[in-house]
Design a protein around this ligand. Sequence first.
Ligand code: GDP
Length: 444
Amino acid sequence: MASALTEKLSRLVKELRGQARITESNVQDMLREVRMALLEADVALPVVRDFIARVKDKALGQEVVGSLTPGQALVGIIHRELAATMGAGVADLNLAVQPPAVILMAGLQGAGKTTTTAKLAKWLIERRKKKVLTVSTDVYRPAAIEQLKTVTRQAGAEWFASTPQQSPLDIARAALDHARRHYFDVLLVDTAGRLAIDEAMMREIQALHAELKPAETLFVVDAMQGQDAVNTARAFKEALPLTGIVLTKLDGDSRGGAALSVRAITGAPIKFAGVSEKIDGLELFDAERHAGRVLGMGDIVALVEQVTAGVDLQQAQKLAAKVKSGGFDLEDFLEQIRQMKKMGGLSSLLDKLPTQLAAKAGEADLSRAEKDIRRKEGIICAMTPEERRHPEIIKASRKRRIAAGAGVQVQEVNRLLKEFEQMQAMMKKMKGGGLMKMMKRLGG
Ligand code: GDP
């Protein structure tokens, strides 16, 4: 099972961290465990053998460098080899064809095809500046067609209408024709999925593939599926020339094995990872980072990047200067709240932390905290610029007006003002230097 792999590896990592020396025997012990864990995750035996051989080779030949302890060096080797097994670097989409480039989405029902189709549409529009059309060939579930329409709108892409009365092939032809005539760069084709692998479904998607000649045939698979993901992957690989994999629901508990096994079985690179239900919850898959996740070390790299990308350093310096001069006002308070939101909210940051830490923080507390941030923003937005700069002028009647404007109780306005005062006092104590130190620490 995927989660078993993660658990075992993190336990090994912990044990190895204390080891003083890499010896033939502790390498053997450790590799036996890794081998079992991989087999349990249903990774094909030749892949496991190959993996173990590579790690062993490197571990025994390893010079122990610098400040690294041997245990850490070994973990480093496993980390790199895990990453290599899942694919080197980041695999992008191949869109270098005569437009429209067709992307065919394959996978079981519930894997996340429709959601991913819309996420990908948004990604292509925003990151690749493409003109994107989506279409659903799921004539068995009218609700699926409607769902694609809704999420396509959210993505800001265009949707090509289809009905359950048409055949999937007719829909595909008509959509392709429309895409050509209206100069779309990309046509995303969402297909029907069944709850289990089914011959009729496979024949249908093969026919679609033959008709559309897609630039990309993406296999969408739920990372939470564990063992089943492997069987599904095998069936789709046999039916279609897959060019890439999208691993969805990586925000769930089971983060490890599916990536390894699906990649190993299909031979196709994992191109994207679904990391939330939201329309922007799609990332280019980064094997290096994911290997870290499998090892249970948490996605520290991502966390650091997110923090440094989200926090505008100039803004931070300005803030520090203001604090120093005692001019920290509600305007700045609002700015801080917005920075927080820019970083993708608390729970998205939490996802990147090692699981043990994340579990401690607790999901429920977080969503409450996020709601709280939004309410605070609402309250400050209901103030006039004058009030934000001089919160001391906010007396009873102003409070009532602000509360009404933000749709909250007066008590909440009071609470915010009090919190602001406390923060102001605290920041005065830090005298800017502390704040910069805090930011630096976050930024690595
Ligand atoms: P389809 O039947 O393959 O088209 O699957 P859907 O796109 O309808 O997705 C099935 C469910 O999985 C929906 O509730 C989605 O919101 C959810 N889902 C899809 N991708 C992700 C993801 O990356 N993370 C999470 N948490 N949920 C996802």
